[in-house]
Design a protein around this ligand. Sequence first.
Ligand code: C2E
Ligand code: CA
Ligand code: CA
Length: 384
Amino acid sequence: MKTDGLNTGRDWLELQETNSRFIVLDSNDLIVSCNDRVKHAQFDLKMHTNLPLDCFWLDADQRTFHLSEFKQIVGKEIKLLFMPSDREAYRVKVMVEAFQLLDRPYYSLLIQDDQTEFSFNNTHPSYQMAQVLSADLKHNVLELNYQPQINIVDKSLYGVEVLARWTSKEFGRVAPDNFVALAEEFGLIAELDLWVLRQACKQLAMWREQNIHVPMIAVNFSPLSFSYPSLKNEIQSILDQNGLLATCLVMEVTESKKIKPSDPFIDAVNELHSIGVTISLDDFGTGYSNLKRLLKFPVSQLKLDRVFVDELPNKLSKELSEVVLSISKKINAVAIAEGVETQLQLSYLADIGYRVIQGYFFSRPLSALEFETWLLKMPMLFNK
Ligand code: C2E
Ligand code: CA
Ligand code: CA
């Protein structure tokens, strides 16, 4: 049967003689061939794996592009930005064609340098910062902080929220809001979020070994990270490697305009829920929280945004914190108030029925070691 593009042995030979770089993938997305120019260009394409971190869409939604996705764009041309860590970034055009050889399906990626203008160039400060972030992720330069979440009814530890910290040699300490936004812009966010998850699971496994009781870890996941292919399998394998059950993992997600209704986001969230991961809606009550969507979404936790807590006991904040609590009851979710700093805020929230509290009143985010010390002293918090 004739397919578009290459379909004969002769075309195959011609392809091998081309001056352009090319890669041939089989139907399992394995690289079966590439020409020397690709090899010499050190494309860093690894067999059996996705394209490396340093590969980005330049189209509307900038994100990492994965080998398996090429199949979906046969007959089309796309533009990618490569950011190899050892070289300057460059933009390429990739033409994808399907062909048959000895009755087997393959597809070829023809790669040409793209001379059109860069949307950001490699002297741009945020581009340079993204490259450093990418390298620092590879070299485990980032660190994690843990902030306790307290069940104020039985005075126990409910869980910890995991927060990433980045101090780079080049840029010093960078605020999480800034490097998370940077990672989102440059397609590094799934790698960041998965890196955090891996380290946090390792830490939880270590605590369990030492009989340090931490019931759950809550890890932040950007909505953009949900387009990472086979996210569920990746997460399951991280849990398995550390001997952890999915029920000890909470994924905190903030709704955002970046999620379009057609996105795989909702499906991915449902899949994760189906393996036992708890889904928490972060910053609830601000921005893009969408009540209608709550119905489609297996949410088991709602986090009252700290801007409301901050303004307690202002009348509107009081009403909103009550609304969030009553919504959580209706959908059978746990309401968590975060950013609680004062006794006044705590008393008010406790009186209206919040059971789980997070904030400086109990503890700032801590290093693993500081957290272990804090945990020993936790019973004393309630004897104040
Ligand atoms: P978030 O998820 O809302 O995290 C809570 C933020 O509130 C943290 O800021 C925490 O340090 C701060 N906080 C906690 N208690 C209090 C309090 O009592 N008072 C005040 N004023 N602040 C409090 P942080 O660590 O700067 O993180 C900022 C944001 O960066 C996070 O907001 C989260 O959206 C994002 N982020 C951090 N780590 C990651 C990560 O690994 N992945 C992703 N995707 N996002 C992350
Ligand atoms: Ca959070
Ligand atoms: Ca939050």
